[in-house]
Structure formats: C-alpha cells, structure tokens
Design a protein around this ligand. Structure first.
Ligand code: UDP
Length: 397
C-alpha cells in the first residue's frame, strides 16, 4: 500500500517511513473524532489510519456519537476557540460532558496511545483512569480564543501528554509541555484527489447541470460563516461585471455542524437573483475533484481557517487559488507563486486577483504548475504520516 506513493514521493521518503515505523511495530493507537464525513479531519483519518496499519502499527478509529444538543454545544465551543463571543448554555454543557463520560466508560479503549481530535471528545480523558499516552490533536486556529471558552477547556487540555497543532501561529500558553506542529495533508489516491480524465470531469459536472461554457470560479466549503460564502457571492458579482463567468459553491453538511442549513438558506436567498450561480449541497467527493479540476480559479475566502485543505487539493490539480491569508493557507500559497493571498473581507482585491487570473491563461498555468509541485513536496499524506511517526517515536522516548 505505502509503495503506491513511490511515483509521487520517491524511494527515500518511503524508506524513511519504514525506518520511523520500525520502533513502533505493534503500537496500539486509537483515533477519536465525532464525524465520519464532512470536513477535513474525517478525510485525513480515512487515509492515515490504514497507512499506519500498513506500516505495522495497530491503529483504530472510533467515533464519539453526538446528538443535536451536543453538536450545538461543540459548534459553539469551536466558534469560541476561533474567537467568537459565544458560549454554550448550561444544559448544552451538561450534555457535552455526559456524552464524553459515556464514551469514556463504554468505548473499547485498550490502546497504548489515544489521539483525540478537536474539542468534541476532549473531556473523555477526565472520565477514566489514565493508563495510556494521550494526545490532543487540535485542528482549529486557537491563537486568539474567547477567554471564557478557553478557560473552560484548559483544565482538560492540560491533562494530555502532548498536543498537535497545524501551524506555528497556533502555539500558545495552556497547552501540554510537548507540542508538535503537523500541518494537514491530502491523499493523492482519495476520491477527492485521484486522477480524472477530462471526459470523466465533464460527465460529473453534467450530472449536476453545470455546463463548461464559461470559465468556472469554484469554492468548495461547508456552508459555514467562517468560510464567508456571502463574501464569495460578492466577489463573483464584482468579477461578473467585468467578464462572463460562472460560480459553483459546493458545500455538504458535516454531521457535527448544526449551523450549515441556516447559513445555506441565507446564501440561497442572496444568490437567487444572481445568474450563473450553482449551489450544491450533495456529498460527492468526485464532484469536488471534478470542480477543482475544471475551475479556472478556485477561491477560499475564509475569515478564519484551521488549515484549509481545499487549497492544497486545488493546487494539486494545477488550479490556481485566490485565498485569504488566514490559518494554514499562507503555508500552502506563496503570494504570486501558486496563487494570490488577500485579506479576509477585502472583496475588491479578491475580485481583482480573480479577474487577473481569468484574463491570463499563461499565468494560470504557471501558478498551477508551481502549486502542484509545492503540494507534492509539502502537503501529501506521506509527509503527514512521517510527522506522526516522528512525534509518536519522540513521545515513547
Ligand atoms: N469537502 C467535501 N465536500 C464538500 C465540501 C468539502 O468533500 O461539499 C471536503 C473538502 O474537499 C476538504 C474537506 O472537506 O477535503 C474540508 O477541509 P478543510 O480543511 O478545507 O475545511 P474544514 O471543513 O475542515 O473546516
């Protein structure tokens, strides 16, 4: 399995992975998160867990099942960690802790290490005798959280033996002594990223009634206010005044994100008077793939972002990206080299950059080629696996 990555990353990288995994043979490691689909975390676990097993670890993945009140609480905590002035109600918090306690008591945790992803299962650690090494893998930008929410969570975070964050800018006080920085990554063999022929791309888009008669601008993101979908419409309106084009916004509803339907209906209300806008909420990874390939420009205009995997996904397909310089996006885009960085909510500049790309096919090709190479070197799943194996090795001493 690991050898299939050889053509992309070369022999040295594969040999390094095997060497790093040698001292971890038989290590039982459990990943815990709260959704199987939607969002970047589940996508990464679907690749990472089988690869860890392939290299001789015994990696498992468990889902903490929530219900609406639980997810309403964890979404508020998520938003608060990203700096919003919001805090869960008392009964939401008690359900949050109850569900964590239930999982802690009855989930089959019989491992050497437990990796807890994000705030949803964070308190599990406090509801059982601690015999394992525990790692909190935080995918959120926690550089400037709402203090009240941070204070609520810090006592749990500090129980962990280690934390992993996605970028240097997310390091802060209140984390365990051992912190690793592991940027996320994409799997070139997943449905989202595998090769597709132009015919297959066209067929997939036709299935959703998206013609290829005009240049496509695409944003692939959950309908979430932090992804600024209304801002995307505004940028499209500005671009469309200058040149004919089409906008596709694809956003499925993640199981742990209760705000999606409400944000989607706002977007639909605003978009209904705009021609050539396609809004899609199906879960269809091949459609993500096809859109990122067919787009003249991919945009990612997030106001806050953990990492923004959609940027690497588009670059991997040679498509240039105009994105905001937030979270992990500046790691993926060097301004002017693989796309353009703009400030959040600066719609005028974003529109100018999109127009510049729409008008210059040579520039699009150049930025796309550079982007693919940058992702090949830095953001493929084999690099993520290497970082994890190193971190686990360090923790075991
Ligand atoms: N995604 C998807 N379908 C959609 C919207 C998003 O499969 O309709 C995928 C997207 O391609 C990416 C992940 O979900 O792999 C989103 O990760 P990202 O880091 O961009 O954002 P998050 O949702 O984790 O904040």
């Amino acid at each position: 399995m690991i050898e299939k990555y050889l053509p992309y990353v070369g022999e040295k990288a594969i040999a390094e992975l095997v060497a790093l995994a040698r001292k971890l043979q038989g290590l039982r490691i459990l990943h815990v998160n709260s959704t199987y689909h939607g969002g970047g975390v589940a996508g990464m676990l679907r690749s990472l867990v089988p690869l860890m097993n392939d290299l001789g670890l015994e990696a498992h993945w468990a889902l903490l099942f929530g219900e609406p009140t639980f997810f309403s609480c964890t979404k508020k905590l998520h938003n608060a960690l990203q700096g919003e002035e919001v805090f869960p109600e008392g009964d939401e918090l008690s359900i949050y802790f109850q569900i964590n306690e239930f999982f802690a008591r009855y989930a089959p945790i019989d491992h050497h290490m437990v990796v807890i992803h994000d705030p949803q299962p964070l308190p599990v650690i406090s509801f059982r005798p601690k015999r394992e090494l525990w790692i909190w893998r935080c995918h959120i930008d926690i550089s400037s959280p709402n203090e009240r929410a941070w204070e609520l969570l810090v006592p749990y975070i500090l129980r962990y033996d280690a934390a992993v964050v996605s970028a240097k800018g997310f390091l802060r006080d209140g984390l365990p002594q051992h912190v690793s920085i592991i940027p996320p990554a994409i799997d070139p063999f997943s449905q989202i990223n595998r090769e597709m022929s132009p015919e297959e791309v066209e067929e997939k888009l036709a299935q959703y009634g998206i013609p290829l008669d005009k240049p496509l601008i695409v944003q692939v993101s959950r309908f979430d206010k932090w992804k600024d979908p209304l801002g995307v419409l505004e940028v499209f309106e500005r671009v469309r005044r200058e040149t004919d084009c089409r906008l596709v916004m694809l956003g499925n509803m993640a199981g742990d994100d209760p705000e999606g339907p409400e944000i989607f209906s706002q977007v639909r209300g605003t978009a209904k008077n705009l021609p050539d806008v396609h809004l899609v909420t199906e879960t269809d990874e091949l459609l993500v793939n096809a859109l990122q390939r067919a787009a003249a420009v991919v945009v990612q205009l997030s106001i806050r972002e953990g990492f923004g995997l959609t940027v690497s996904e588009a670059l991997w397909k040679g498509t240039p990206v105009v994105a905001t310089a937030v979270g992990g996006i500046p790691l993926q885009i060097r301004d002017g080299e693989s796309g353009f960085l703009v400030e959040p909510r600066d719609y005028a500049t974003a529109a100018e950059r999109v127009l510049e790309l729409l008008r210059d096919q040579g520039l699009r090709r150049k930025l796309g080629e550079w982007g693919r190479e940058w992702v090949r070197k830095n953001f493929l799943i084999t690099r993520l696996l290497r970082d994890w194996l190193s971190t686990l090795g360090e923790l075991l001493g």
